[in-house]
Design a protein around this ligand. Structure first.
Ligand code: ASP
Ligand code: MG
Length: 410
C-alpha cells in the first residue's frame, strides 16, 4: 500500500478550527486508500512565544533547556490533532519525535537527524492507524531532547518520508505553492507547476521562505518527490523533483531576493596571500555570516575587499573590524546600508549563455545600478539599492517571461 507523508505548518494548525480543516485533508487521503503519516508544527506563533518567554529569564538560556521548551509546541499539536481525528471516527495515534525513534546528533537547537527507527510505529501504521508525529524534534543517543533549527518540521517530514519509503511528501502551507517570485511584491508572479531540487535549493537559500533548505537537500539526496500546496484550498501545488530534460526548460525559473543587506568594504588592505583569509577568520570567529564577496586588486601593495552581511549584523561586524584594524592593516572601513540582493535562478542557465548579460541589460535599461555580482551554475545574484527592488523584480519578471506558462514540463 502506498504511503504519503503530509506535513502541516504553524499557520495551518493555528487553532482547533483549523485542525478540523487539516483533519478533512488527512481523512480524504486516508479514504483514498493511502497509509498516512502526518507531521505537524507548533500551533501558530507558539514557538516564537516560547522563545520570548525564555528571553525574559535569560539573554542566553541553556540550549538544552531551550530544546526541552520548544519541543513542547509540537507536542500540543499532535495530541489535539489526534483527538480531532479520533473524534471523527478515524483511528489516529500521536508520537513525539523520540517516541517515533527519531535520533539526532548531540547538538542543541540545530541538530541533524542521524537515524529513524521505523520499527517503533510501523505496526500501528500497518494496522491502519493514522500516525501523527511531532516535527522539529528528536532525541540524542543519550536521551536528550533536541530540535532541528527554526522551520525544521519540513526536514522532519522529508526524513520520515524517506525512512518509511513514502511515495511522496506533501508540505501543506499558507501559500498555494512555489511562485516565480514573491506574489506580495510582484503582482504577476505565477505559481510554478514544477521546479527542480537544485532550483528550489537556490530559491530556498535565497530567501523564498516556503521550505526549509535542509528539507530540500534531504529530498534531493533520496530522490523523494516533494509537493508544496495549500492547507486551505484544493488547488494543485508545486512539485519539486529531479530534472528530466534541461534543453526545453526555460533558462530562468524564478527570482529570489533578500532585503536588509549591507555592504562592508575594507579599502587598502595589504595585497598579500593571507590578508583576505585573516579578515574572514576574524569575522567567522564571531559567527557572523557573510555572503557576496568581491575583491579588487589595486596594485602590487594594496587591495580592496567588499562583502555583504545582514543589516542586523552590521554593528557587530563593524566593531569586530575596527577592533582588529591594526592586525588587518586596512586603510579605511566604509559601508553602505539599505541594499537588496536580487537573483535569477534556473537550471537552464547552465547551458544557455547570455542569461547574465540579459539580466544586466534589463537592469541597465531601468537605470538600476549593480553594486556587486556573484554567480553559480544556476543563479546570478546582484546587489542593488533596496529602493529599486520592486522595479527590478518587475523588469526581470518581464524580461524572462516568467508570467507565461511553461510550454514544456521539466
Ligand atoms: N515550530 C518550529 C518553528 O516555528 C518548527 C517549524 O515550524 O517548522 O520554527
Ligand atoms: Mg515552515
Amino acid at each position: 500500500m502506498a504511503l504519503t507523508v503530509m506535513k502541516f505548518g504553524g499557520t495551518s494548525v493555528a487553532s482547533v478550527e483549523r485542525l478540523q480543516k487539516v483533519a478533512d485533508k488527512v481523512i480524504r487521503k486516508k479514504e483514498a486508500g493511502d497509509q498516512v503519516i502526518v507531521v505537524v508544527s507548533a500551533m501558530g506563533k507558539t514557538t516564537d512565544q516560547l522563545v520570548s518567554m525564555a528571553g525574559e529569564i535569560s539573554d542566553r538560556p541553556s540550549k538544552r533547556e531551550m530544546d526541552v521548551l520548544l519541543s513542547t509546541g509540537e507536542q500540543v499539536t499532535i495530541a489535539l490533532l489526534s483527538m480531532v481525528l479520533n473524534e471523527r471516527g478515524h483511528k489516529a495515534i500521536s508520537y513525539t519525535g523520540w517516541q517515533a525513534g527519531i535520533k539526532t546528533e548531540a547538538v542543541h537547537e540545530n541538530a541533524r537527524i542521524a537515524s529513524i527507527d521505523t520499527s517503533l510505529i510501523r505496526p500501528q501504521l500497518n494496522e491502519g492507524s493514522i500516525i501523527i508525529i511531532a516535527g522539529f524534534q528528536g532525541v540524542t543517543e543519550t536521551g536528550d531532547i533536541t530540535t532541528l533549527g527554526r522551520g525544521g518540521s519540513d526536514t522532519s517530514a522529508v526524513a520520515i518520508a524517506e525512512a518509511f519509503a513514502a511515495k511522496r511528501c506533501e508540505i501543506y502551507t499558507d501559500v498555494t505553492g512555489v511562485f516565480t517570485t514573491d506574489p506580495r511584491f510582484v503582482k504577476k508572479a505565477r505559481k510554478l507547476k514544477e521546479i527542480s531540487y537544485d532550483e528550489m535549493l537556490e530559491m530556498a537559500y535565497l530567501g523564498a521562505g516556503v521550505l526549509h533548505p535542509r528539507a530540500v537537500e534531504y529530498a534531493k539526496n533520496s530522490h523523494l518527490e516533494l509537493v508544496v500546496c495549500s492547507s486551505f484550498t484544493d488547488e494543485e501545488g508545486t512539485v519539486i523533483k529531479e530534472e528530466v530534460s534541461m534543453e526545453t526548460s526555460k533558462s530562468v525559473r524564478g527570482l529570489a531576493f533578500e532585503k536588509n543587506v549591507t555592504k562592508v568594504t575594507l579599502l587598502g588592505l595589504p595585497n598579500n596571500v593571507s590578508a583576505v583569509s585573516h579578515v574572514f577568520d576574524t569575522i567567522a570567529d564571531k559567527k557572523i555570516n557573510i555572503d557576496v564577496i568581491v575583491q579588487n586588486v589595486l596594485d602590487e601593495a594594496r587591495t580592496n575587499l567588499s562583502f555583504t552581511v545582514d543589516q542586523e549584523l552590521l554593528e557587530e561586524t563593524l566593531d569586530v573590524l575596527r577592533g582588529s584594524e591594526k592586525e588587518l592593516g586596512y586603510q579605511q572601513l566604509i559601508y553602505e546600508s539599505e541594499l537588496a540582493k536580487l537573483s535569477i535562478v534556473g537550471s537552464g542557465m547552465a547551458s544557455n549563455p547570455g542569461v547574465a548579460a540579459e539580466m544586466f541589460h534589463a537592469l541597465a535599461s531601468q537605470k538600476i545600478k549593480i553594486k556587486m555580482i556573484s554567480t553559480s551554475e544556476i543563479k546570478v545574484s546582484t546587489i542593488i539599492d533596496e529602493a529599486k527592488l520592486i522595479e527590478a523584480l518587475d523588469t526581470l519578471h518581464e524580461t524572462f517571461h516568467l508570467s507565461e506558462e511553461e510550454s514544456v514540463s521539466l
